[in-house]
Design a protein around this ligand. Structure first.
Ligand code: SF4
Length: 698
């Protein structure tokens, strides 16, 4: 018989940064199906994750009661995900017992070992309000700025370059602006897999005459539709981009008026790219000099050119340099600050933009106000009513190193899974296991939760209300459609309970109250009242005054820097930290695949998605498979200097010879055991996109 929903709830998709609006159709506290809504970013479109990836919320493995590690539990280094062993390791507790233990241990560690002995990782899957309260708890309750989240693994280098160059870490134009562009460059990104609805707008733009230039070491679905596809050698982004700038300078294609009126530092950049002629760079990046010239001319001379980029740009030890080159390209040609011309780093998680805006980063308070700026310190000390630490805190990988060094001893992790997502994951797991006190708040017994002392059962995305900011700077309402299962609680409630037990005198009458406090401290959303957001459902920032409609294209007349001008920052070639050699002759590139999201905790528990992609796979060039003596479907082992995994081989000629691509969502073949924790010195982002490996059969 036809099952009729008893309610429909409007919300947004919990997965990627495109921020598709959707409607949950619910009966008896279960989601029956999901439908795309007419939101600004999706206009009723959804991808396979948005449409079918909802039933994780009803999965039998949901955490429904607080758990405390047993005194006689197996050693924490004895890592296992066997669900049958959970109660050998943990015992059930009441909320009061668990929360009292959490707070008392944090207080004891702080008072014994100092404020910097504690750290917190929040989540880009949580709401803006959760991110804001989480960082406030760390800064005021723990007493340091040791707070970070997965933006550090994602676009931290892009943000570092954008803040330095143009004074803002967010996009200049929404994705939809590709429809107004004559030329679109997509570099180091695979939108068809990772931002699928955004990819549909790019396809629509191509159908309307926009020329797409794909630039990536790997071929992707969009490459087939591209006007030009530049399959450059891995790790040679700066060589290719500097060569393009060399052409633009030498052929007089720069926008002199824009450079004179809106920028500083051009002469230095011009001198730097002089040494990067296309002829010199062609053998380095593997792209013919004439092709570099053609693409440079096309980009520079179009009426409107957009650049969209992803983690192929950001996740390198030279990630900030890569982004500096993209910014310089836009500035020297005046391809920014108008409709259809701009810079767009495609955000990964559905709220990584908002979580960063809300201050879930160690060097900035909300709205990117530096923690070492006297004016910002004064503002937040007054707002929060207590003295604050004036030193930037530790970033994600730095926290893991500090644990191993004994200086960080307690952690609060909300909705992140560093045991799977951190580079050199064996090292990260050892670090987490070495903590005196690890508290994990999540919806499943993740690989990180298994190492915890206390596990707090939290709410899934459809079980709470909050605001979420997509890749376009669009703040949107996510609404509660379900009650959490068992004794699981909403994350905002849990954070406040810990704060209260740590002596903080907070009073929030619901999520709207938290948003209103955020608004007071964040000029960019100053005009965005909660009741307006509830009514309008989606508002773009900057929105500084009430009644302000929000601004989707920014930098139209000035950049938000002290001088109001943007700055060119030259970049030179820096090689990857670990190059292939005779012992480890192949390059490992990690990333995502369409059906699974990040560490897989949600999508691998969504029946349709798991049925499509159930097993860990490595995508290997067919000729490399032949050279190994293996066939597609064979079990192979990949090994780096840091670890090894065993998984299935899949023939895939979209990867160049000598490069192996592996998604990082499979716990049984956790590929981050192999990746290199070497950091970009500016964004402190690890080099996920390049390390040396070898492979063998079996
Ligand atoms: Fe969700 Fe992103 Fe897919 Fe849209 S494109 S439905 S936001 S995963």
């Amino acid at each position: 018989a036809l099952v009729v929903p008893d309610k429909q709830v409007d919300s947004v998709c919990p997965y990627c940064g495109v921020g598709c609006q959707l409607t949950y159709h619910v009966k008896d506290n279960k989601i029956l199906h999901v439908e795309g809504r007419d939101g600004p970013a999706n206009h009723k479109r959804l991808c396979v994750k948005g449409r079918y990836g909802f039933d994780y919320a009803h999965h039998a493995q949901r955490l429904t009661v607080p758990l405390i590690r047993r005194a006689d539990a197996p050693k924490r280094g004895d890592f296992s995900m066997d669900p049958d062993r959970v109660m050998d390791v943990f015992r059930e507790a009441t909320w009061d017992e668990a929360l009292d233990l959490v707070a008392s241990k944090f207080i004891a560690l702080r008072d014994t070992h100092g404020k910097k002995s504690l750290a917190g990782f929040g989540s880009a899957k949580g709401s803006n309000e959760e991110a804001y309260l989480f960082q406030k708890l760390v800064r005021t309750g723990f007493g340091s700025n040791n707070v970070d989240h997965c933006t550090r693994l994602c676009h931290a280098s892009s943000v570092a370059a954008l803040l330095e160059g143009i004074g803002s870490g967010a996009v200049s134009n929404p994705v939809m602006d590709v429809m107004r562009a004559e030329v679109v460059i997509v570099i180091g990104a695979n939108p068809a897999q990772n931002h699928p609805v955004a990819a549909t707008w790019i396809k629509n733009a191509i159908n309307n005459g926009t020329r797409l230039i794909m630039m990536d070491p790997r071929r992707s679905d969009l490459s087939r539709l591209a006007h030009r596809f530049l399959q450059f050698k891995p790790d040679t982004d700066v060589a290719l981009l500097n060569a393009m700038m060399h052409v633009i300078v030498h052929e007089g294609l720069v926008d002199q008026d824009f450079i004179a009126a809106r920028t500083i530092g051009f002469e230095e950049l011009k001198a730097n790219v002089e040494g990067y002629s296309p002829e010199l760079m062609a053998p380095i990046c593997g792209i013919d000099a004439d092709e570099i010239r053609y693409v440079a001319r096309l980009y520079a001379t179009s009426k409107g050119s957009m650049i969209l980029w992803g983690m192929g740009i950001s996740q390198h030890v030279h990630g900030t340099d890569n982004a500096r080159c993209l910014i310089a390209l836009a500035l020297m040609t005046g391809q920014i600050g108008k409709p259809g011309a701009g810079l767009h780093p495609l955000r990964g998680q559905n709220n990584v933009q908002g979580a960063s805006d809300a201050g879930l980063i160690p060097m900035m308070y909300p709205d990117y106000q530096r923690v070492d700026s006297p004016a910002a310190i004064a503002r937040f000390e007054q707002l929060w009513g207590m003295p604050l630490d004036h030193q930037p805190g530790l970033t994600v990988v730095e926290v893991m190193n500090a644990i191993k060094a004994g200086s960080v001893r307690g952690m609060y992790i909300m909705g992140e899974n560093p045991a799977m997502s951190d580079p050199d994951a064996n090292h990260a797991r050892e670090a987490l296991a070495a903590l005196d006190h690890l508290v994990v708040q999540d919806i499943f017994l993740t690989e990180t939760a298994y190492l915890a002392d206390v596990i707090l059962p939290a709410s899934a995305f459809p079980e709470k209300t909050g605001s979420f900011t997509n890749t376009d700077r669009l703040v949107q309402m996510g609404r509660q459609a379900l009650a959490p299962p068992g004794q699981a609680k909403q994350d905002l409630w849990i954070i406040q309970q810990i704060a209260s037990r740590m002596g903080l005198d907070w009073h929030y009458d619901g999520v709207g109250d938290v948003f209103e406090e955020m608004r007071l401290s964040m000029p960019s959303i100053g005009g965005m009242r909660w009741d307006r957001l509830e009514r309008e459902q989606a508002i773009t920032y900057p929105c500084e005054n009430e009644g302000d409609p929000g601004q989707s294209v920014v930098f139209t007349d000035h950049f938000p820097t002290e001088s109001k001008r943007a700055r060119f920052v030259p970049a030179d070639i820096i090689p990857a930290n670990e190059r292939p050699d005779s012992d480890y002759p192949l390059v490992l590139i990690t990333g995502r695949q369409l059906e699974h999201w990040h560490t897989g905790s949600m999508t691998r528990r969504a029946a349709v998605l798991d049925a499509i992609e159930p097993d860990p796979v490595a995508l290997i060039h067919p000729l490399d498979l032949v050279a190994l003596g293996a066939a597609p479907g064979d079990v192979i082992t990949l090994e780096s200097r840091r670890g090894q995994v065993t998984l299935y081989a899949r023939a895939d000629d979209s990867s160049p010879r000598g490069a192996v691509f592996v998604p990082f969502c499979y716990y049984e073949a956790a590929i981050n055991r192999l990746t290199n924790p070497a950091l970009d010195p500016f964004g402190k982002i690890p080099e996920f996109k390049y390390c040396a490996i070898r492979m063998s059969i079996g």
